[in-house]
Design a protein around this ligand. Structure first.
Ligand code: 1HE
Length: 257
């Protein structure tokens, strides 16, 4: 596997830790890094049930490496954006759910990476922005599709039109992150969540990763049909039947336990 030094990948039991490790450039994402992310998420090792992506240093990621944004012709520009799309599709529609643990700057392409993940944990130091507006460019790594689903179109438009910076506290209120934790405790929270995710039935995780987004993108009538199909398939698996029996016979945890 061709993984650059700026990406550290480590498997511990059922969790894959993927660290963006380029702190001297504030984890700015160059071509090598985005291709490394594509490789890692296309080759999730056997036994891994959840991945965590996080950043070394004071920031999750400063976004696209602007020093590589040289004069590209139109076709090269399209290919570059499509490379990001390909890589982040592997994150969103890969083999396992991905938890992003963010802190410091989570901006531009960094926010695009975080929004391709399934849930986000933010430390208090986090701030979110889309500086593309100020740099005279447009998002190219999937934000225009994924971010409005998290925060709504008006908020994304505001971030790009005015350069608005969203704080960690605002982020959790508007749906950018699902958890807000103190500085330095993001990874611990990410691991706690990853362990819960890893203990789910495989079919449930599959449905949430691959079917729910399609339901959201479809019309009501197709969506409801997809839901019925998924509900029936999942409840017919031996794993689900075992879990239901465990509850009915008093062996399973109650809600909240
Ligand atoms: C970079 C980048 C970068 C830092 N590309 N080199 N993203 C942005 O427009 C964000 C630009 N970055 C910043 O606003 C700040 O760097 C931060 C707020 C993230 C952090 O500030 P700070 O004071 O901690 O660091 P710094 O001193 O600004 O940067 C340290 C070094 O990292 C410095 O290099 P050095 O060689 O002078 O030490 C910076 O040049 C370098 N650096 N950010 C390249 N982004 C798929 S399309 C997505 C489109 C986008 O993502 S556009 C948004 C780009």
């Amino acid at each position: 596997m061709n993984i650059p030094q700026s990406l550290t990948v480590e498997q511990k039991d059922e969790i894959l830790f993927v660290k963006i490790n380029r702190p001297e450039k504030r984890n700015a994402i160059n071509d090598e890094l985005i291709l490394g992310i594509e490789t890692v998420f296309s080759n999730i090792p056997e036994g891994v049930k959840c991945a965590i992506i996080y950043g070394e240093g004071k920031h999750f990621s400063a976004g696209l490496d602007l020093s590589e944004l040289k004069e590209r012709d139109i076709v090269e520009g399209l290919n570059h954006s499509r490379m990001w799309h390909r890589a982040l599709e592997k994150v969103q529609f890969g083999k396992v759910p991905v938890v992003a643990v963010v802190h410091g700057a989570c901006v531009g392409g960094g926010l695009e990476i975080a929004s391709a993940c399934h849930i986000r944990v933010a430390e208090q130091t986090t701030f979110y922005a889309l500086p593309e507006g100020q740099r005279g460019i447009f998002v190219g790594g999937g934000a225009s599709v994924r971010l409005p689903k998290l925060i709504g179109m008006a908020r994304m438009t505001d971030m790009m039109l005015t350069g608005r910076v969203i704080t960690a506290e605002e982020g959790v209120l508007v749906g950018l992150s699902q958890y807000l934790v103190s500085e330095g405790s993001g990874l611990e929270k990410g691991i706690e969540l990853a362990k819960k995710i890893a203990s789910n039935a495989g079919m449930t995780n599959y449905a949430l990763m691959h079917v729910l987004p399609r339901i959201v993108d479809s019309g009501q009538s197709e969506g409801l049909m997809l839901e019925s199909l998924m509900a029936t398939i999942s409840s017919s698996t031996p794993e689900a039947q075992g879990r239901l029996r465990d509850f009915l016979e008093g062996r399973a945890k109650k809600v909240g336990e």
